[in-house]
Write a protein that binds this ligand. Structure first.
Ligand SMILES: [Cu+2]
Length: 289
């Protein structure tokens, strides 16, 4: 091989491997990156049903696009090294000892620091701009959406192994499916009656821990009507895998009809429920002492 001849011919004859690798990498990036953004990108989850899902989708596309050149650099270097730096001939010979390279070290340090710190700023700004991006923020949310004052409060109660939903502005009625009006800010109050669960409304882009004695608030604004799934996303015991239900985003008129029906149908049951509260404890309260 010419490389082997070049090595034996002295350092001056060594091809410029760095330039070659950078060229192959730039070409590969120029081809693959647009495919990742415009061909793969639209299929990256979680869809576009709510403001939060749209935002999460956008963030996923940005992160995948940023990761693409990095993955390509690793693959190009790997392929190049296997092809060019392999041992030629029968004798097993060590490569030249390397004692450091200021330029590579500085580039590596600056590039990785800029990427990580840039993403931290990007992520924080995104969380604040989207009312917590669908995540649980505890009882006093720092990131509130602009229209949070008009939000519809919906309590999500987890217990082994089912979900119930309570609507405090509709007489505290409790339902087994989660129905929501479209184009309205929703303020979820997630809590638990026993162990730790996690409320995951997949197509709505909401995920928030359900903890006994805690009122975990998460915001969401659905933009499209249709069904969505609700699952528990925290291993919570034997039937954790069975802890799922369904939900629907409805037009204003359909939601009004549905909630009125629920209030009427469950009136007798609602009377038996404890009054609406941010958290509930088993009664009588069990103490270890
Ligand atoms: Cu659970």
């Amino acid at each position: 091989m010419s490389e082997a001849a070049a090595v034996s011919g002295g350092p001056g004859a060594e091809p410029r491997h760095g330039v070659r690798i950078a060229t192959i990498w730039a070409v590969a990036t120029a081809i693959v990156l647009p495919l990742v953004i415009w061909v793969v990108g639209p299929h990256i989850p979680p869809g576009a049903m709510s403001q939060q899902t749209r935002d999460q989708h956008q963030v996923d596309v940005v992160l995948t696009a940023l990761a693409t050149p990095i993955v390509l650099l690793i693959w190009v270097y790997f392929g190049y090294a296997v092809r060019v730096f392999r041992n030629h001939g029968t004798a097993v010979v060590d490569g030249p000892p390397i004692t450091g390279n200021r330029r590579i070290e500085a580039t590596w340090l600056i590039a990785t620091s800029a990427l990580v710190l840039g993403l931290a700023v990007f992520g924080t700004a995104d969380l604040l701009a989207t009312g917590g991006a669908g995540g649980g923020e505890g009882p006093n949310p720092v990131a509130k959406p602009a229209d949070w004052r008009g939000a519809l409060p919906v309590q999500v109660i987890g217990q082994q192994w089912l979900w119930t939903f309570r609507y405090p502005t509709y007489g505290g009625v409790e339902t087994t499916t989660l129905e929501l009006p479209v184009n309205r800010e929703i303020e979820f109050h997630v809590t638990s009656l026993d162990v730790v669960h996690s409320f995951w409304a997949i197509e709505l882009g909401v995920k928030a821990d359900a903890v006994l004695g805690a009122d975990n608030i998460a915001f969401d604004k659905p933009f499209e009507t249709g069904p969505f799934q609700v699952r528990c996303d925290e291993l919570c015991g034997l039937w954790h895998g069975h802890m799922n239900t369904t939900g629907r985003v409805l037009s204003d008129a359909n939601f009004a009809t549905w909630i009125t029906n629920q209030e009427r149908k469950n009136a007798a049951l609602t009377k038996q429920l404890p009054p609406y509260s941010r958290v509930y404890y088993p009664s009588p309260l069990r103490n270890a002492s």
